[in-house]
Ligand binder design. Sequence first.
Ligand SMILES: *Cc1c(COP(=O)(O)O)cnc(C)c1O
Length: 351
Amino acid sequence: MSTVLHLARPEIVALQAYEHALWDTRFERLHANELPWRGVADSSVAGLNRYPEPHPRELEKQLAALYEVPVECVVAGRGSDEAIDLLVRVFCRAGQDRVVICPPTFGMYGVAARIQGAAVTAVPLLRDRGFALDEARLLSACDAQTKIVFLCSPNNPTGNSLGHDAVARIVTALAGRAVVVIDEAYIEFSARQSFVNAVAAQPHVAVLRTFSKAHGLAGARLGALIAHPDIVALARRVIPPYAVTQLTIEAAGHALAPTALAVTRERIAAVLAERARLAAALAELRGIRKVWPSDANFLLVDFDDPRDALERTRGADLLIRDVRGNTGLECSLRITVGSPDQNDRLIESFR
Ligand SMILES: *Cc1c(COP(=O)(O)O)cnc(C)c1O
């Protein structure tokens, strides 16, 4: 099967994209009804009185270089959240199609599907196998209405990576049947190999990467959908023009400079060192049942008394995430690895 077009909503395949104002930097702009003067506090390079590039090709070239994929395989958007929304809107017809998720996992997959009117089938991860994929159940859950399977690796909130071979087998089994989305928001904190190099040859695979975690730019809202050009072309019809703001384009440009990337690598190493220290310290404490292994910048921790643990951290002016609402995580809290000082205060609050 050489395409995913038959999986997409026919009205999106037929859609005429919005025709935005021409982008040609050789000319001065009297065609977009912008003001010719900058705002008073505008310290941007390009001037925020001007619209940004409608689809930021230069930024996408830089992202393609970072992720080592062809530029035809990249769409930049407002975080991975936008990529999730785009995929659901491209592939799922309201009231007819469905997505498959593997809980406990990131909540946005189900929310985006429900907003679009798509049904959600849950195939839980196997807690007693370290939250591994239930491959057989996952494949048998994929019926003719299933358009997207969301896999998150490393998974939020459990922290484990899904087995590379298991994901590869699912990708192979679903060729031509459904789009497999692999959310790699935390992969920079893991030693695992990314699936980005699978997208050029596998038209039904999409990988999500983000600047919100390892790159430290959550406030800028930047993510990348990395997929076969067929999926990219469909996503481009749905993404609004000017989705990525000029401030974000400039912030990303700074973050992608070699010196900034070197700092990012140092910070990832610092998080990994703190993750190991924090995990070891927590495992020693009374009242903590289990610190789950993590491939991400957070730890899933099972407590005897999670309510007491939440109160103690608040008492130390720290917020941690209550994930007890997830089936199988009734005693669990999710703790982001912070600075050494924050981690010390957290450990102290549990003593
Ligand atoms: C944090 C996170 C993201 C990032 O979302 P952005 O919209 O890029 O900030 C994506 N997926 C998962 C699983 C996450 O935990």
